[in-house]
Design a protein around this ligand. Structure first.
Ligand SMILES: [Zn+2]
Ligand SMILES: [Zn+2]
Length: 393
């Protein structure tokens, strides 16, 4: 592990900053305090700062020398709407809000990289430090893109990083290809004709239709999707009838769930096939169905060349502790929207063992401060390699 002394010297500041963010978590598009702190510190470090992109997003730009290449580095800043139940000195002071995904650490590491690069200036080109709001399902990345992120700050490549429990803080995983799944929502309503529970023949029962639909749902992944392509379809919500009216067959059943895939083709298949199954089931039972598939986040797929560059930086810092094999996650990350605009790579930085079994989105999760130095070193090395001052002269 090679962490430059200048970065090590900044760790007390960055650790305190990280813990301060942890104690003051803010939800998506509400990162007022966080983004204000980030913007002020970037300005103090000498960066050009653009506030309010994607509502509460901040972009800091550092342009050094006459290199023409331009890259974007992204950190997400938002917390989750859940209580923090573990005791720690910097426990959340906001009821029902918590940094349970380590975005406090992401923000601190990217700030650390900006401070370091602004002081060492050992590259030639442009770096855009993208502090994104609302990663946790509220659409912050898309909003930044719609607000002109890549017109205002053109990027030849864009990089993202997420902490990963189970890997040690001196480990990093850089893998080309799919990293995170698409994350889409689907909803349907079976519309029958409600009737007396003792006289089903006088109505059209949507509850039995729903049972048939749910029992067949996994046949999409099992029988339609290529067995070598990962996919998930889950029904996560079913609403019908009233437990206090057990002699009433209701008019409608509402079902909703999620769909995950790693390729556009499988994503299309899931949308199509859930709808086909819903319509076929409705037809079979002589009822109607409304179906909607909402495309939320595309898959995160690492570009081969961007991954090569990230891997080279990782090896320079982490040496043999760099992993080139790591399983993709069925979670999603809206970094995917940045990856659609510029060739991208998303890497996994170790967060140490899961303390008391607490993984991402657990009420006891915490970012591991031991990862700050390695994370800052990775970001700065990536910039110094990709925007190499010597290659430019
Ligand atoms: Zn999360
Ligand atoms: Zn996260």
């Amino acid at each position: 592990m090679r962490v430059p002394d200048e970065i090590t010297n900044d760790l007390p500041f960055l650790t305190e900053f990280r813990r301060d963010l942890h104690a003051h978590p803010e939800l998506g598009f509400e990162e007022i305090r966080t983004s204000d702190l980030v913007a002020k510190l970037l300005e103090e470090a000498g960066l050009k700062v653009h506030r309010g992109l994607g509502k509460t997003g901040v972009v800091g730009t550092l342009q050094i020398g006459n290199g023409t290449r331009s890259i974007g580095l992204r950190a997400d800043m938002d917390a989750l709407a859940m209580p923090e139940l573990a005791e720690r000195p910097y426990k959340s002071r906001e009821t029902g809000k918590m940094h349970a995904c380590g975005h406090d650490g992401h923000t601190a590491m990217l700030l650390g990289a900006a401070r370091h690069l602004a002081s060492t200036r050992n590259f030639s080109g442009t770096v855009h430090f993208i502090f994104q709001p609302a990663e946790e399902g509220r659409g912050g990345a898309k909003r930044m893109v719609e607000d002109g992120l890549f017109q205002l700050f053109p990027c030849d490549a864009v990089y993202g990083l997420h902490n990963m429990p189970g890997l040690d803080p001196d480990e990093i995983a850089v893998v080309a290809g799919p990293q995170l799944a698409s994350s889409d929502s689907w909803r349907l309503t079976f519309r029958g004709v409600g009737t007396h529970g003792a006289k089903p023949h006088l109505g059209r029962d949507p509850v039995t239709a729903a049972g048939t639909f749910l029992a067949s749902l996994q046949s999409i992944v099992g029988r339609v999707v290529d067995p070598l392509q990962p996919a998930v379809v889950s029904a996560c919500s079913v609403r019908a009838g009233d437990p206090k009216a057990l002699n009433v067959i209701p008019d409608t059943v509402e079902i909703g769930g999620t769909a995950r895939a790693y390729t556009p083709h499988v994503r299309d298949q899931l949308e199509e096939e859930i709808g086909r199954l819903a319509r076929g089931t409705a037809e079979m039972y002589g009822i109607k169905v409304d179906y909607a598939f909402e495309r939320r986040i595309p898959p995160v797929v690492n570009d081969a060349e961007a991954s090569d560059r990230a891997l080279s930086a990782a090896r320079a810092v982490f040496g043999e502790r760099t992993r080139t094999q790591f399983p993709p996650s069925t979670a999603g990350d809206d970094f995917a929207f940045f990856g659609l605009e510029a060739p991208g790579c998303y890497v996994w930085l170790g967060n140490g063992p899961a303390v008391d079994g607490a993984l991402h989105h657990n009420t006891a999760y915490d970012f591991n401060d031991a990862a700050i130095g390695p994370g800052v070193a990775f970001w700065t090395t990536l910039v110094e390699q990709e925007l190499s001052a010597s290659a430019d002269s």
